[in-house]
Write a protein that binds this ligand. Structure first.
Ligand SMILES: *Cc1c(COP(=O)(O)O)cnc(C)c1O
Length: 405
């Protein structure tokens, strides 16, 4: 990473822990380390296997959405699992991927880019494919690449709200008429054109992809142009407590059927950009209980750390007690968690079912934090330290269609 990137990080980077051994199990590790800071437990073997399965099943190119976890160890595991391409959305992400894997394919999937980022991506980092959702961005891309004739231009579509936990069409995406006009303009400007959409993160309905693919087909037909690429985005879901998504294969099948039903002559190459589904299960975070107040537990990580999705977004996560020095009660009770900062919104309502006698000094392993966990940490209030260690353990919760499920 260039030096200027490092100095701008507001939060301490995750520090690699202790040695290069892979710990066999999280409990033994906690007994040995008795961690006083959040301990991120990364499962490289699981990440590799998940990548391998996704790449084997998806009938096209799998681009990893770097934003959801840019940790180099994670990127290396995915690469080892067969992920050759990366969806980057900032110049910092692009530099990082380029530094780790100089020969990797990167595609710049942010519809609004800084001019400097376009210039560096094209001239220095070898990026040729760019997403856009406006005429202004098309002009910017042409100007900053010196009128390049070797671009791939992908128009991002806005979609009506679907069944996803996070709607991603409110911010980006061209509406129908704009998309039609843009697609024609791109055809005139670039040898490779396509359409992209994002059904929203943690999409629980495979038919949301099918509807979006049919909609993309209508746009292409209306524009009267062929499509070289159809990018179905991310959004592939993970299991969480109380939320059991359809199996991965059902998503893949729905996508395949929808593509087969496109108007004759439209046979684009398929891309997808999974984030959460590739890496979410691979990291758990071990937190320590600093105080118990009734059914409330004060722990050393929270919404300003790796648990922001447990705050206002209201995600629930699998959790289990780790008490190296003795047995816990069989009886379970529901708890609310508070993070370490002084902000009263640093609260995670759960509910978190844990042994009824949980107390100060116990540890809790919280699963499914490999996506949008560490990547969203801040240094707020000084609680910015965390450790990272490799483990070889199953995930706390299996997702249908994923390895081991
Ligand atoms: C965030 C994002 C992704 C990854 O989404 P997941 O829900 O984590 O799969 C993919 N593509 C784009 C354009 C994104 O913004």
């Amino acid at each position: 990473m260039p030096a200027n990137t490092r100095t701008r990080l507001a939060v301490s980077p995750l520090r690699r822990s202790f040695d290069r051994r892979i710990a066999p199990a999280v409990d033994a590790l906690v007994a040995e380390l008795r961690p006083s800071e959040p301990l991120h437990c990364f499962r490289p073997r699981l990440a590799r296997a998940t990548a391998r399965r996704f790449v084997a099943r998806f009938p096209g190119e799998v681009l990893y959405a770097v934003k959801c976890n840019p940790e180099p160890r994670v990127l290396r595991a995915l690469r080892a699992g067969g992920v050759q391409s990366f969806d980057v959305a900032s110049i910092t992400e692009a530099r990082l991927v380029h530094q780790l894997f100089p020969d990797a394919v990167m595609r710049f999937m942010h519809p609004v880019k800084a001019r400097e980022a376009i210039r560096e991506a094209y001239a220095t980092l070898g990026i040729r494919d760019f997403v856009l959702d406006s005429e202004a961005e098309l002009a910017k891309l042409s100007q900053e690449t010196g009128g390049a004739s070797d671009l791939g231009l992908i128009v991002r579509l806005a979609l009506p709200k679907g069944a996803a936990a996070y709607d991603l069409s409110g911010k980006f995406g061209a509406e129908r008429d704009t998309a039609v006009a843009l697609l024609r303009a791109c055809r005139a400007a670039a040898p490779r054109i396509g359409l992209a959409f994002h059904v929203g993160s943690q999409c629980l309905d495979q038919m949301a992809y099918a509807r979006a693919i049919a909609y993309a087909g209508e746009i292409a037909a209306e524009a009267g142009v062929g499509l070289d690429v159809l990018d179905v985005g991310g959004g592939f879901p993970l299991a969480y407590p109380g939320s059991t998504p359809p199996a991965l294969d059902q998503f893949i099948d729905a996508i395949g059927e929808a593509v087969a039903a496109l108007p004759a002559g439209l046979a684009p190459a398929l891309w997808c950009e999974p984030g959460r589904a590739l890496v979410g299960a691979a990291t758990s975070v071990v937190v320590r209980v600093e105080h118990r107040r009734g059914q409330e537990l004060f722990v050393n990580d929270g919404i300003y750390g790796s648990l922001s999705d447990a705050g206002a977004p209201g995600f629930r996560f699998p959790a289990r007690l780790i008490r190296p020095d003795g047995a816990a009660a069989n009886e379970m009770a529901d708890f609310v968690l508070f993070g370490p900062t002084c902000d009263s919104v640093d609260r995670m309502a759960g509910p978190w079912p844990l042994p009824a006698d949980i107390r100060e000094g116990d540890w809790i392993e919280i699963g499914q934090l490999g996506a949008y966990g560490a990547a969203l940490r801040t240094g707020f209030n000084g609680f910015d330290r965390a450790r990272l260690v490799d483990v070889d353990a199953p995930p706390l919760l299996f997702t249908a269609g994923h390895p081991g499920a």
